[in-house]
Design a protein around this ligand. Structure first.
Ligand code: XIL
Length: 390
């Protein structure tokens, strides 16, 4: 489960990379007079996003953080960060009772130095759990009561450790059934996923309550994939969220992972879907954006054709446009920086090219697309915590 790709970055000097990345994009030549004067920092995604009060984030790995070029790019381009794996349970507590805060603490410190906010990821999820926990449940040495207590302690310890330093917590991740697996069965909370299977569906509400208790100022999110379109899964999630809010469960935001692929159409009704969740009184966020496509590989023999490239660019534009169009959409996070360290090739055979920078850390056309949309939008300014420039 703990796939890691080696970070392979280009050999260009820091200055060379920065110049390339920060140079005004051709597309920006057409920007209106009100846009910032072109030059250095004003063209970064973070500064362009700040015009609308929108945080632009990325997932960060320790390997990335150790690389000077990559660090500089993250500092320049992004106003929020998410730990790609370092706040997941298997990393935080690999041995029962022994916490490994170091990697996550280093990211939080980096964020502070660079005036970035942190999205905490993740508290309750069925993946990347430590073996001592899953094995203990499987062999019966951890019973239901103990499991609930372990989870509660994990939430209090983790949220408590980072108290005051986390903007958003992804409290519950990927708990709903997918459109394609429901068939004639009703969509809803997945009965077979680890936590609900062992502790029942009410555990989802409990985790929100515990997290809120441990850090009352953090904004608490439900986060999931394949909820971008209006469909069975997002409808079921919408109904569940309404019920939770009516029952007073402290849910403050809805995270749309937005792992898209050119294999499928663009999610139908994405903007309307974001808006209907926002209309429940929630903030919304695009939390893990990447747009994968077929790449030239021995397995598929599919080249990255101009048509696929164009389709990717259209999708990138549409995702940032959908977020900007909904005033409650407060952050837009891409799931990594360079194609060289994206999770996609390891998880989706024959696919890749899912991010905004190539494997040599050079910005791709989709980077300039996102930049242009941010530069030319007349979206309303976001409000609330995080909507400032820094
Ligand atoms: C992925 C990471 O990017 C990989 O490095 C790791 O091996 C597996 O998890 N949904 C999520 C993220 O919520 O935590 C996942 O991140 C991608 C899918």
């Amino acid at each position: 489960m703990s796939f890691r790709r080696t970070l392979v970055l280009g050999t260009a000097s820091v200055v060379g990379v920065a110049t390339l990345i920060l140079a005004p994009a051709p597309a920006l030549a057409a920007q209106p007079p009100s846009a910032p004067a072109s030059g250095q920092h004003d063209d970064s995604l973070r500064d362009l996003g700040a015009k609308s009060g929108l945080r632009i984030g990325t997932a960060v790995s320790p390997a990335g953080l150790a690389d000077p070029e990559y660090r500089e790019l993250i500092a320049d381009q992004f106003s929020s960060v998410t730990a790609e794996n370092e706040m997941k349970w298997e990393t935080l507590e690999p041995v029962r009772g022994q916490y490994n805060w170091g990697p996550a603490d280093r990211l939080v410190e980096f964020a502070k130095q660079n005036h970035q906010l942190v999205r905490g990821h993740v508290l309750l999820w069925q993946n990347q759990l430590p073996a001592w926990l899953t094995q203990g449940v499987a062999d019966g040495s951890i019973d239901k009561d103990e499991l609930r207590e372990i989870l509660k302690q994990h939430v209090y310890n983790t949220v408590g450790h980072f108290k005051g330093k986390i903007w958003h917590w992804d409290v519950v991740n990927e708990a709903f059934t997918d459109d394609w697996e429901t068939g004639s069965a009703p969509s809803g909370v997945h009965p077979e996923r680890f936590w609900v299977k062992h502790l029942g569906p009410e555990i989802l509400s409990d985790v929100f309550r515990w997290a809120h208790d441990a850090d009352p100022k953090a904004k608490l999110y439900y986060n999931d994939y394949a909820i971008e379109h209006i469909g069975q899964k997002s409808n079921a999630l919408y109904e569940w969220t309404k019920q939770q809010l009516a029952a007073g469960v402290p849910i403050h935001g809805m995270g749309f992972q937005t792992h898209l692929s050119t294999e499928y159409g663009f999610p139908g009704g994405f903007q309307r879907n974001l808006q209907r969740f926002a209309d429940l009184g929630l903030d919304v966020a695009l939390t893990e954006v990447d747009i994968r496509t077929f790449v030239d590989s021995p397995e598929t023999q599919e080249p990255l054709t101009p048509a696929l490239q164009q389709q990717q660019e259209d999708y990138w534009r549409q995702t940032i446009e959908a977020c900007l169009a909904v005033r409650e959409c407060v952050s837009y996070t891409v799931w990594g920086v360079s194609d060289a360290q994206s999770w996609v090739p390891g998880w989706f055979q024959g696919m890749g090219s899912a991010l905004l920078w190539d494997e040599h850390l050079q910005p791709k056309p989709q980077y300039f697309d996102v930049q242009e949309v941010l530069a030319t939008t007349d979206a309303e300014h976001r409000t609330g915590w995080g909507a400032g420039r820094n």
